[in-house]
Design a protein around this ligand. Structure first.
Ligand code: ADP
Ligand code: ZN
Ligand code: ZN
Length: 670
């Protein structure tokens, strides 16, 4: 008989805990460490997780656990430890961190029956005849990488490898063979991929090699399917998990290996509480299980490459494409010069037009990339200068041709395009700026005989469209594919010989210290879509800032020169990886109040930080200074160690998510 009458419970709310509850006799069987339960908290009910048990307590007025939500504990001791670390590092409550680690469908209570459902598009796996079911014989560089990785796995040493290799250099083959070694040892593996590259193509490759041992977790999975996959993993039936961000919490047994593909991707950062980065969580989780981590990228994050340079990680490199296939030649077009040749701002430069014409005439395929949706991205009155902006956000509206609407890309506010200027009634309303819709229509006009398709979040709203377009492109039923970053990554189509970047400047102009890094990554990724077959490849980048080091380094496929330049800026300005940064965002409907609260907090932080370990910068308006009707101001905190910042915040802000009616969010390593 158990004599644990009391449970320490953390709840999925921004409060610290754990709190003590009593365990009614009839629930004793179900309330264990790691169990998910329902408790009353204040005057409401809350989902809680048991973090400890005891036979006595000194706490008075104890409330009982209301009910158990699952028959057996949802989380094991290691997951409790991991989520505790997340809550400390990313400044959330422990209960919130656990909640993020467990799929919602499993927290809904016992006897959840998986309802039968129609076969959805997420179940259909489009066959790509591209996965090979046997190991390829590694080339010397792959062998060297595999030797180092396997040695650590064999010795049970936790180590982080940074696998730096250009696109097509054989990184995935290294992952596959490392996973096979883990399997031989009876160990499980988790492979994280950015959601965007979780295409049927990627999944098919893993499936071809490992068949039913694979479980796939992505955000489009319906609850019931997610629950089934979760159970297959927990039971040990599936020993390899492939998935997006939250797959790092998969309940595998005997974790031996974690792979983080495209480790630099921003989609590994969760935007809600807890605002964790799955890459860092992966490293922590592996450390707890003494597992090996492989971070792979053609364009490693500055943080990871810096760590590799300092010996914290081990750098392994695959410097060349398989079969020494050359990287595509990249040509930069200075659009300022193009502008002098023609009267109107051109979408396509002469060289890009000629190359498209030539390649489709030769029966090859073309990808055109622009990181902006819609038709016109800026609408203004030529008479009075009025700009059509969102009612709720401080951004201009984008004209969407197919919807015949002006749309806000931040809050989705829509309005009909006005015939006259709303301010002066003149009819000189002009549409400027280009989005993917306009690129598509312009390609139609210039190349009427080509089959053209567009892929962005507008064109793929319907489930399954994404896969269908890719499948048609693969079968060469499409000549020219126009798209946003949706088509920038992961695609491997040998007949694509030309990639055109309509504008390299969209990401560069963002007011963010990572904009140079983003631009280099994006251009390198997009360029990597060209010349993957025997037909060779060419990339054309149009830009108004051709001399920028990010663009020059991308042209030369030269990560090192980009890294050296960027890291020296970061050092000079004391930015990550030379410090840790935390962003406090203040939001509210009255701007004066937002400003007042942020300034007051600044003063309290400065006063509270006796030893002056934390630098406080701001407050300053956020890049989008009003969104969804809320004014937004930022305060940045910088320090050598994250604990210096979080302990100061604990002292000054505590668990508060609101100060005098103003919403305050804390984002660690933003
Ligand atoms: P990356 O993940 O770096 O983009 P991949 O692992 O996808 O590179 O490899 C690119 C292509 O080369 C794939 O078609 C893959 O099947 C092939 N490949 C990888 N390694 C080998 C090898 N050792 N021998 C022959 N082909 C290989
Ligand atoms: Zn006007
Ligand atoms: Zn808006």
């Amino acid at each position: 008989m158990k004599d644990n009458k009391y449970a320490d419970i953390v709840v999925n709310l921004p409060v610290e805990g754990p709190f003590t509850y009593s365990i009614p006799e009839h629930l004793e069987r179900y309330v264990n460490i790691g169990s998910c339960v329902e408790v009353s908290f204040g005057d409401k009910k809350a989902t809680g997780y048991v973090t400890g048990l005891s036979s006595k307590t000194s706490v008075k007025n104890i409330k009982p656990v209301i009910r158990a939500l699952d028959e057996s504990p949802l989380i094991g001791p290691k997951m409790l430890e991991l989520t505790k670390w997340i809550s400390d590092y990313y400044y959330s409550s422990w209960g919130e961190a656990i909640s993020a680690a467990v799929p919602a469908v499993l927290k809904k209570g016992m006897n959840v029956k998986s309802r039968r459902k129609k076969k959805g598009p997420e179940d259909e796996e489009i066959e790509f005849i591209d996965g090979s079911d046997t190991h390829l014989s590694p080339n010397p560089e792959q062998r060297q990488a595999l030797d180092s990785i396997k040695r650590c796995m064999d010795d049970g040493i936790h180590r982080v490898f940074l696998l730096h290799g250009v696109t097509g250099s054989g990184k995935t083959e290294v992952y596959l063979q490392s996973i096979a070694r883990a399997l031989e040892q009876g160990h499980s593996s988790i492979v994280l991929v950015p959601e965007i590259s979780l295409t049927p193509q990627t999944v098919a490759r893993f499936r071809a090699r490992f068949g039913d041992k694979i479980a796939v977790l992505h955000s489009r999975l319906l609850g019931s399917r997610r629950a089934t996959e979760w159970k297959r993993i927990a039971s040990g039936e599936a020993q390899i998990v492939v998935g997006a961000r939250s797959a790092i919490f998969a309940p595998v047994k005997n974790l031996g290996l974690v792979v983080v593909d495209e480790e630099h991707e921003t989609s590994y950062k969760q935007e809600d509480v807890p605002r964790y980065n799955a890459r860092e969580v992966a490293i922590k989780r592996a450390a707890l299980s003494r597992a090996v981590v492989v971070l792979g990228s053609a364009t490693p994050s500055l943080e990871s490459f810096y760590a590799a340079r300092n010996g914290r990680y081990e750098l392994v490199e695959l410097p060349e494409r398989i079969d020494s296939r050359v990287l595509p030649e990249v040509q930069i077009i200075d659009m300022r010069e193009e502008l002098t040749k023609v009267k109107k701002v051109p979408i396509f430069s002469q060289p890009l037009k000629l190359w498209i014409e030539k390649d489709i005439a030769e029966g090859k395929q073309v990808i055109l990339f622009l990181n902006r949706r819609g038709f016109s991205t800026f609408i203004s009155c030529r008479k009075c200068g009025y700009v059509l902006a969102c009612k709720h956000c401080n951004v201009s509206l984008t004209y969407h041709f197919h919807k015949r609407k002006l749309v806000c890309h931040h809050c989705n506010y829509k309005m009909d395009p006005p015939n006259v200027c709303p301010q002066c009634n003149s009819s000189y309303v002009k549409y400027w700026g280009i989005g993917t819709e306009k690129v598509e229509s312009e390609v139609h006009r210039l190349f009427p005989r080509a089959v053209i398709s567009r892929m962005d979040t507008d064109s793929t709203e319907k489930r399954g469209t994404h896969e269908k377009v890719l499948s048609r492109f693969k079968d060469h039923k499409i000549d020219i594919l126009v798209g946003t970053q949706m088509i920038a990554k992961g695609l491997d189509f040998p007949k694509v010989t030309l990639v055109g970047v309509i504008s390299a400047d969209t990401a560069l102009n963002l007011p963010d210290f990572r904009s140079g890094e983003r631009t280099f990554n994006l251009l390198t990724q997009v360029a990597g879509r060209a010349g993957r077959g025997d037909l060779g490849g060419k990339v054309i980048i149009q830009t108004y800032t051709p001399a920028h080091y990010s663009i020059q380094a991308a042209k030369n496929h030269d990560y090192r020169s980009f890294y050296e330049k960027e890291i020296s800026f970061r050092k000079e300005l004391n930015l990550p990886p030379f410090c840790h940064m935390v962003r406090l965002m203040f939001r509210g409907r009255k701007e004066e109040k937002v400003l007042k609260v942020s300034q007051a907090l600044r003063e309290r932080l400065l006063k509270g930080d006796g030893p002056k370990k934390v630098e406080v910068v701001g407050p300053a308006p956020a890049p989008v200074s009003r969104m969804k009707g809320m004014y937004r101001w930022n305060l940045f905190l910088k320090a050598d160690k994250i604990e210096n910042i979080t302990s100061l915040l604990k002292k000054v802000l505590g668990n508060n998510r609101r100060v005098a009616g103003i919403i305050v969010t804390v984002d660690v390593d933003p």
